[in-house]
Every structure is written in C-alpha cells, then in structure tokens.
Ligand binder design. Structure first.
Ligand SMILES: [Zn+2]
Length: 151
C-alpha cells in the first residue's frame, strides 16, 4: 500500500515537473509578458485566469477568418470550426492541427483538460466532451487570449 502511495506520488511529481519544464519555441520572462500584454491578457494566458462569460470580444463573432494566439501569433482555430455553445465563451469543435498541447488540470477539485498554445505555453481554456459532431469536443477558449484575423 505504502509502495503504491510512493509510486503515485512519484508519477504526480514527474508529470508536474514535466509540465513546468516543457520547452516552448517562444519563451519570455514574466516581466516581458507583462509588457507585451494587457493586464487581463496576462492574467488569463500566463496565470491561467478565466474571463467572465459574455464579456470577451469573440463569443458572438461569426465572421470568416483565423483566430491566433494573443501572445505569439500561432494560428489556433479556423472560424469554420466555431459554434454557438451558449456559454458566453468562444467555442470550437476542433483546432488547427498542432496548435495546442493539453494538460490535466485538477484545480478547484475538478478534473479538466486544459489546452495551452503549443508555441508559447499560453493558457487558453479547457476542452470538454460535450461538443457537436464531428469531434464531440468543445474547446472553450478565453476571448482575451485570441486575436481574430478576418479572411
Ligand atoms: Zn501562443
């Protein structure tokens, strides 16, 4: 029993460390990010914050284009994969391939899947399995973490 405990502790420590030391193509210091981003953008993308529902700029945007990472400009979502989730956050049923890495997030006593920009590690939101076909996934994204570029 004790051995199992130690083992799970080790796994936990290892995965935590891996998440923290993961190398991203774009890395900046906290001061550099603060300089580049607005306080809200910084709070969400670098501190894993969440904007209040229906307050972001894109949840009701239906224009054609591409959504990019506010931190590093990586292309994340195509407007054709956006759908009305009714949640008040921009929601997509899939991403541009390779745009994100996903991590297990156990904050607030919930087990959720967090998605982070694969290029800069910026926090964008969480992935849920109640999305529409064809994927059944819902990428719930903070509007403040993305920048829309019209097609
Ligand atoms: Zn990024």
């Amino acid at each position: 029993m004790y051995r199992i405990f130690l083992l799970s502790l080790l796994v936990l420590l290892t995965t935590t460390t891996m998440a923290q030391t993961k190398k991203y193509a774009v890395t900046k210091t906290e001061a550099e990010w603060r300089k580049q981003l607005t306080p809200e953008q910084f709070q969400v993308t670098r501190k894993k914050g969440t904007e209040r529902a229906f307050t972001g700029i894109y949840w009701d945007n239906h224009d054609k284009g591409i959504y990019k990472c506010i931190c590093c400009g990586q292309e994340l979502f195509a407007s054709s994969t956006k759908f009305d989730s009714g949640t008040g956050w921009p929601s997509f049923f899939t991403t541009i391939p390779g745009a994100f890495t996903t991590l297990r997030d156990t904050k607030f006593g919930m087990v959720r899947t967090e998605h982070r920009c694969a290029r800069c590690g910026g926090h964008h939101g969480h992935v849920f399995d109640d999305g529409p076909p064809p994927t059944g996934l819902r990428y719930c994204n903070n509007g403040v973490a993305i920048k829309f570029v019209p097609a």
